[in-house]
Ligand binder design. Structure first.
Ligand SMILES: [Zn+2]
Ligand SMILES: [Zn+2]
Ligand SMILES: [Zn+2]
Length: 143
């Protein structure tokens, strides 16, 4: 009988961890505000931006970031560590909620579809293909 009890406990623990793994996978897939951008420094103007990880035009790995605002065809990105979910600082738009400096990238010519409802918005939706934003507007691309 002792073994049966342990077996039930084992099953419960396995189910718990399986559940966590599935949830993590779903959460990761649901994000649509993530952009990878050139991280070569202020002197680089290669302006590589992509919704998927990869190298920039200078052949260095792009940095993970997430959109916290779109103004015109420029995206303002949080520069915190991968996985951050902060918002723009309401009192200081040069900073994100974590207090780090934001960076600005042009989405022009990158092939990235994005929302800019009203010319400036915080929907923060980006995609590698056309579609609708959560606000109901069509995502747009600037060539
Ligand atoms: Zn670069
Ligand atoms: Zn952030
Ligand atoms: Zn939108």
């Amino acid at each position: 009988m002792r073994n049966a009890k342990f077996f039930v406990l084992f099953l419960a623990i396995t189910a718990f961890f399986l559940g966590m793994t599935v949830q993590t996978a779903i959460t990761a897939e649901e994000r649509n505000d993530v952009l990878y951008y050139c991280d070569c420094g202020p002197d680089c103007h290669c302006n590589s931006v992509s919704t998927k990880p990869g190298n920039c035009k200078c052949n260095k790995p792009m940095k993970w970031g997430h959109v916290i605002k779109v103004e015109g065809d420029e995206a303002i990105l949080c520069t915190c560590a991968e996985g951050c979910k902060c918002a723009i600082d309401a009192n200081d738009p040069t900073k994100c909620g974590c207090g780090n400096k934001v960076t600005r990238v042009s989405l022009k010519g990158t092939g990235v579809y994005f929302c800019n409802c009203g010319g400036s918005c915080q929907c923060n939706t980006v995609s590698d293909q056309p579609g609708k934003c959560k606000c109901g507007m069509d995502l747009k691309k600037v060539d």
